[in-house]
Design a protein around this ligand. Structure first.
Ligand code: ADP
Ligand code: MG
Length: 872
């Protein structure tokens, strides 16, 4: 759109050529902050400058633009740019890095500049910014069809995953990737449940066309058709998303994606969708309270030794399996590792020296690996035969087809390792140019240049002694500085004794600096050689990077094998050391946990102090109403059941003496509003909409864990809603359900629901005290022991005594209201609660402590008024 002249406050000043170049480049990168290289600075102009000044606390200056207008300007030194860049990316911004792509000394006129890379939250390649132990996925999603297409790419490792997801499961699927950036067609709505900010990138709708995606994938992997990748016609939406994703990724990284791995296709129904709330409530990978440590399941079971293993375990935990066959295969591998303790230790020790092969190789393929990176890669490859030997030495390996396959396909990359070992020095420098990277004897040309350099240096080193002798000046010094190069320095007092072949170069206060033709010649030899050495090293290191790039598929394959082996060995370690048992996983309905424990809570207490519990859910008793006073251990049991099922379904052992797990197709966990403060949104509305999502999403094969649902409202509302929800799950959905509640009124539910059972977490009353036994018992709790707990918590005795008095009064009212009339013989629903008189109900629910006298009076007046109305 061309703005009309009248819209402009004044005629624009003509741009200088530099500003013109800036604007041209900026126009090609809308949506990104442009880091515009000028000498030793990245400069930002105009709106970018203002934004950067705000976000980074930079000083905003201005630049004269051709005499007329002043342009706002902010800059960061190139040397310190990484840190500023990191902060901008963390804030969800994108930054396009525009470099000078020709030597300013050789440029005729304006230096040519180009954007060499755009960094966005989903496209960070700098290793030290990223968490090693998790993937960084850039995810494209097209939610416009009847099913959503999803494509996820980790640019650091080259992994590409495709899947088609039912719209109802899209939010869970996206949560599984934990993506910092989502790419989607402009205008489409994408459900993002995460509380963590996600960068959103809108792309044009046509980019998601499956035909274009198909073409792109065929071209990328040099295939005639996609069948070879396991892609089916139904995958079209995912192919479309992949096309858009690759187009965008190539825009960000104009250097290309040489490390892109063949896509993995995830089939619908392969994994158990875990919604955001379940992930959070069970604290699978993130603590509920940000920053807390030792509270997540991942922390407890992650004994991996490599970043690849850690990333894989995290992915597995977020994507449990549902096929008992596939789960059994993983369990076989874990079992072999659990059973052979010495073999497992040897394997884990061997893995310990293997660094992040996968990301190192990715960086090498992208042409970014430093000499040190290549050295680390070499050292890691050196460990690979040990890992293989340990793998082959595992006792009972033949009992696991997956371990057999891992050892059969194991490629120790020895040719690549040998190439790197031959070429690199023992401790390569962190950057090119920081010292020799290439081993002497590797390259004749390089050796010759180094000889020349070293010869020159030796000559210069000997010069001081020779010249002192020749001139008789004992204080004569040979030195070097960046501006004048090598020089001979002579103090002013000795000026008369300076030989005639000395040429003066620089005068200082107390001394003069000279050169000789010979020194100049040697200096040229050294500097010339150094320049050419640097150039030659760049070439040679590039050759090494290309060699890694050529082997990238093999490295990725090996990395995938190592990751699995690492996870199995780690899970085997947990199983063996912490007394976990191999679960029987089948297609049945029943869930039986004998002497099971909460894997995280048991860690937080001294060994053996956690009280194990038996929990069973089967067709006859598929709903458990779990009662007990506050602090009894209801929430713990509830979560423990969820965690054991998840562990079983990722193929891990579980903390129990015996476990039978009929696979579940979904797992839902909800916690009543007031337990959910960490979310900062403890509203009853949230609680209800989450519960409603379960009622819509659960099937007969699901497991639903409800913790104090209904507590975000008044007692009567709460009990009524909890009642109806449980009834619906029992009668209509028919899934396995545990409902934990301190409303002991709910125990009456089981009288009506044929397949519901009461359990309670036992407490023992000892005088005015209660002792928490943390033991599950059949039957319902008869009271809530709230005042006991208050006493235990150190309430003043007078308040405790007064509570007892008030309780007695309230209970009297409650009984009056609720002692039901005997239910009619044909009563089908809710027979237990005759509706109480509204005034009595309000009175019973009243929190007397929270009332001011004035409020109390107002209430009384209101009730009086209502009663008057009712009787007239
Ligand atoms: P509730 O949900 O009934 O209020 P919680 O499940 O939150 O109770 O448990 C309260 C505390 O009791 C936990 O923090 C834990 O320290 C302890 N606890 C729970 N279950 C057990 C158990 N089986 N063995 C030992 N301690 C337990
Ligand atoms: Mg609780």
């Amino acid at each position: 759109m061309t703005p009309r002249l009248a819209d402009r406050p004044s005629a624009p000043a003509a741009d200088t050529p530099l500003m013109q170049q800036y604007r041209d480049i900026k126009a090609r990168h809308p949506g990104a902050i442009l880091f515009f290289r000028m000498g030793d600075f990245y400069e930002m102009f105009e709106d970018d400058a203002k934004l950067a000044a705000r976000e980074l606390g930079l000083t905003l200056t201005s630049r004269n633009n051709g005499g007329a207008a002043e342009v706002p300007l902010a800059g960061v030194p190139v040397k310190a740019a990484t840190d500023y860049l990191r902060r901008l990316i963390a804030g969800g911004h994108k930054v396009a890095i525009c470099e000078q792509v020709e030597d300013p000394k050789l440029a005729k006129g304006l230096v040519r500049r180009e954007v060499v890379e755009t960094v966005s939250p989903g496209a960070v390649l700098a290793d030290d910014w990223l968490e090693q132990r998790r993937n960084n996925f850039l995810v494209a999603v097209d939610p416009r069809g009847s099913a959503a297409g999803v494509a996820a790419l980790d640019l650091t490792t080259g992994e590409l995953a495709l899947e088609v997801v039912a719209l109802a499961d899209l939010a869970s699927a996206l949560a599984r990737y934990e993506a910092p950036e989502l790419v989607y067609p402009a205008g489409a709505t994408v459900p993002v449940a995460r509380d963590v900010p996600v960068a959103r990138t809108e792309r044009e709708a046509w980019e998601f066309d499956p035909a274009l995606g198909r073409e792109d994938l065929c071209r990328t992997f040099a295939l005639a058709a996609l069948d070879g990748l396991g892609i089916e016609p139904g995958d079209a939406p995912a192919i479309g998303a992949a096309g858009a994703l690759l187009r965008y990724a190539r825009e960000l990284k104009p250097g290309g994606l040489p490390h892109l791995a063949r896509p993995r296709v995830q089939r619908r129904g392969d994994t158990l969708p875990l919604d955001e709330m379940t992930r959070r409530n069970l604290e699978l990978v993130e603590p509920l309270r940000a920053g807390a440590t030792g509270t997540t399941l991942l922390e407890v079971i992650d004994r991996t030794r490599t970043p690849m293993g850690a990333r894989l375990l995290r992915r597995w935990l977020l994507a449990p399996l549902v096929d008992p066959g596939a789960i059994g295969a993983r369990l076989d591998a874990v079992q072999v590792c659990a059973d052979d303790a010495p073999g497992r230790e040897r394997l884990r020790d061997a893995l310990d020296g293997v660094r992040d092969l996968e990301r190192l190789a990715g960086r090498a393929a992208l042409g970014r690996a430093t000499p040190r990176d290549l050295g680390v890669l070499r050292d890691s490859i050196e460990r690979l035969p040990d890992v293989r030997d340990a793998l082959l030495g595992l006792g009972g390996r033949a009992r696991s087809t997956l371990l057999e396959a891992a050892s059969a396909t194991y490629d120790p990359l020895q040719d690549l390792g040998a190439l790197l070992a031959r070429a690199l020095v023992d401790r390569p420098p962190p950057q090119l140019g920081d010292g020799d990277a290439i081993r002497p004897g590797t390259d004749a040309a390089l050796d010759e240049l180094r000889d020349a350099r070293d010869g020159g240096k030796r000559y210069i080193a000997g010069l001081q002694a020779r010249e002192r002798e020749r001139t008789g000046i004992a204080s004569l010094k040979v030195g070097f500085n960046r501006v004048f190069g090598y020089y001979i320095e002579i103090t002013r007092t000795n000026r008369d004794r300076v030989p005639t072949d000395y040429e003066r170069r620089q005068t200082l206060t107390g001394a003069e600096r000279y050169v000789t033709p010979e020194l100049r010649e040697q200096e040229a030899r050294v500097l010339g050689a150094e320049e050419r050495i640097a150039a030659r090293e760049v070439e040679l290191v590039d050759t090494l990077r290309r060699a890694v790039a050529d082997a990238i598929g093999r490295v990725q394959g090996l990395a995938a094998t190592l990751a699995q082996v690492d996870v199995w060995a780690g899970l085997g370690d947990v199983a063996h050391r912490d007394g976990y048992v191999r679960p029987v996983v089948n297609d049945g309905f029943a869930l039986e946990l004998e002497a099971s424990r909460h894997p995280v809570v048991e860690r937080m207490m001294p060994r053996e102090t956690f009280i194990p519990n038996d929990v069973a859910l089967d067709a006859a008793g598929r709903v458990i109403v779990l009662t007990g006073p506050n602090m009894a251990g209801k929430s713990t049991v509830l979560r423990q059941v969820g965690l054991c099922v998840l562990l079983a379904q990722i193929g891990a052992f579980v903390p129990a003496r015996r476990a039978v797990v009929g696979v579940v197709d979904r797992l839902f966990t909800r916690v009543g509003a007031s337990d959910n403060l960490a979310r900062g949104q403890s509203t009853f509305m949230v609680e209800m909409s989450e519960t409603s999502a379960i009622l819509h999403g659960a099937t007969g094969r699901s497991l639903v864990l409800l913790d104090e649902i209904g507590r975000g409202t008044s007692t009567f509302d709460g009990v009524a809603i909890a009642w109806a929800v449980t009834e619906h799950l029992h009668n209509t959905v028919g899934c396995k359900t545990i409902f934990a509640t301190h409303y002991h009124e709910l125990t009456q539910l089981t009288e009506e629901l044929a397949h519901a059972r009461n359990w309670n977490v036992a407490v023992r009353e000892a005088g005015d005290d209660v002792v928490f036994l943390h033991r599950l018992e059949p039957g319902g709790a008869d009271r809530s022991y709230g005042i006991h707990v208050a006493r235990l918590a150190g309430m003043p005795p007078t308040v405790v005594a007064r509570s007892w008095e008030v309780l007695r009064v309230l209970e009297a009212g409650h009984h009056l209201a609720h002692r039901p009339a005997p239910p009619a013989p044909d009563a089908t629903q809710l027979g237990l609660f005759a509706p109480p008189h509204p005034v009595v109900a309000a009175l019973a629910g009243l929190d007397v402590d929270a009332l001011t006298p004035l409020e109390a009076l107002n209430r009384l007046a209101a009730w009086k008024r209502d009663l008057g109305k009712a009787s007239s």
